[in-house]
Design a protein around this ligand. Structure first.
Ligand SMILES: C[S@@+](CC[C@H](N)C(=O)[O-])C[C@H]1O[C@@H](n2cnc3c(N)ncnc32)[C@H](O)[C@@H]1O
Length: 461
């Protein structure tokens, strides 16, 4: 069931903000009377080109649209939406349905590529013809050269699969339009996911049994062509909707869109040229990537077949040094550069302290891993709050994962950390999870069947 937690309204000097909050609470409460309003049982794979790649833990477009739409009912002056953990770009495409300027960043190059493709202001109108040309080119290619230098290739790709993926990679390089090439790279990424020896049932890399690999008969070129056609069709539906709403004029999206490759802990510097944002809408990682969702590992095989310079000029190929490097550089990774001291962190969040103090002593590094994640998360909040407009709003969707059978109160920890940064939690909604692909069904995640949505006002109005 959805429930609202109302906190004190703002100081007397901010009556206007107080009125808005009361109105916002009323509207949220009215909508929450339908227990599925924030959950949505309907599942439309093609909504806003949602399924061009099966990215882990994607939000649901219609739910994010409802959240933004509700916000706009009370604050029609909102123009920009920002996602510091952009993933596959669900929040930003939702913002495009309202003609907003959309901004995002992610540490994972694959996430940046997918989000750039989905939120591009202009797209190649002849993409259908491009798909046929590129697929035909790959089919006509007879070369045997393998176009990836990844270690352990034979473990992850059968020889005939690697040959066809190489032909596709060479063919895509012939496409002269950058957006079309990026679209084709995303399609190739999904083709790699479906045709490699990696199991598709989990996000951690795990090869299928040898007999199963032997039995599998697939043609990456055929898979690619079918996926590309499907992706192009969902794109054209999405763009048509934006055109019907007048958010696309003369084939160009009316707002700004800017997706950057970068660490959420550094956005106060890296986004300084853009200005501040009206609304943040995001879902951060659940915890450290190795024990929750390894976004980097899930992206490792596809990224080994994509030309990095087509993703971003700063994309660093050293990200593929090992299967774990992207996760190592992500929140909670061992590359940690969260500047927060443990005592400062635990003072800022008594909920976290209480939870950490009761953690079992085994595994020995359990406490270290938990606090390393929250140190990094707290450092990213510092930076993120700095790019928000004072009096702007933040919508955080978080999952309360469990460690050793006890739920980490992520929503409460996040509330405390944000309050320490002069922000105010207006309300917390609960959403049931109907469809989201969750981490492996292990002790950490088996209990995650709902998420919390924190609606927050930033700084002083
Ligand atoms: C829950 S996912 C976001 C999914 C997204 N909401 C969607 O619908 O696809 C969290 C994202 O945080 C990213 N991430 C992890 N550490 C990061 C960091 N330090 N800076 C920026 N992004 C990071 C991961 O790469 C991942 O894409």
């Amino acid at each position: 069931m959805t429930h609202l937690v109302q906190r004190d309204c703002a100081a007397p000097s901010s009556l206007n903000a107080c009125d808005i909050e009361i109105k916002l609470l009323k509207v949220l409460e009215a909508k929450s009377s339908d227990p599925d309003f924030w959950s949505s049982k309907e599942r439309d794979r093609s909504d806003s080109a949602h399924c061009i790649f099966q990215y882990p833990a994607m939000m649901v477009p219609i739910v994010q649209r409802r959240l933004l739409g509700t916000m706009m009912e009370v604050r029609p002056d909102i123009h920009s939406v920002y996602d510091p953990f952009v993933g596959s770009g669900t929040s930003l495409v939702s913002g495009m349905h309202y003609g907003m300027d959309v901004y995002g960043n992610d540490i994972n190059p694959l996430a940046v590529l997918i989000s750039r493709v989905r939120t591009a202001p202009t797209v190649n109108s002849s993409v259908d013809a491009v798909i046929e040309q590129i697929s035909d080119l790959a089919k006509a290619d007879r070369r045997q050269t393998i176009e990836t230098s990844m270690e352990n290739r034979e473990k992850w790709f059968k020889h005939d699969i690697a040959i066809e993926l190489s032909r596709l990679r060479r063919a895509i390089r012939n496409c002269t339009d950058l957006w079309a090439r990026q679209f084709l790279w995303v399609t190739l990424a999904e083709t790699v996911r479906l045709t490699s020896n990696d199991r598709t049932s989990t996000y951690k890399m795990h090869a299928r049994p040898a007999d199963e690999i032997l039995k599998r008969k697939q043609s990456p070129i055929l898979v690619f062509r079918a996926l590309a056609r499907e992706n192009a069709s969902s794109f054209s539906t999405f763009r048509r909707k934006l055109t019907d709403s007048n958010w696309i004029k003369s084939a160009k999206y009316v707002g700004q869109s800017d997706i950057r490759l970068g660490d959420a802990r550094q956005v106060a510097n890296s986004l300084a040229d853009v200005g501040t944002f009206d609304v943040l809408m995001t879902s951060p990682p659940y915890g450290d990537n190795l024990t929750t969702v390894p976004y980097g590992q899930h992206s490792y095989l596809p990224l080994n077949w994509i030309d990095f310079q087509d993703i971003d000029a700063t994309a660093d190929i050293a990200m593929l040094r090992t299967t774990q490097e992207i996760d190592r550089r992500s929140l909670g990774g061992t590359y940690s550069n969260g500047a927060w001291e443990e005592t400062k962190l635990l003072d800022a969040s008594p909920q976290l302290k209480q939870y950490a103090d009761r953690l079992p002593t085994k595994p020995e590094d359990g406490r270290t891993r938990l606090l390393r994640f929250y140190r990094d998360f707290a450092a990213s909040l510092d930076s993120i709050v700095g790019v928000m407009k004072p009096g702007g709003y933040m919508i955080w969707t978080v999952g309360n994962r469990s460690i050793a059978g006890r739920q980490v109160p992520t929503d409460l920890v996040l509330s405390e950390l944000l309050q320490g940064l002069d922000s105010k939690v207006i309300t917390t909604l609960t959403r049931r999870i109907h469809h989201k692909r969750m981490p492996d069904r292990n002790a950490n995640s088996a209990t995650m069947r709902e998420e919390k949505i924190l609606v927050v006002r930033t700084g002083r109005p």
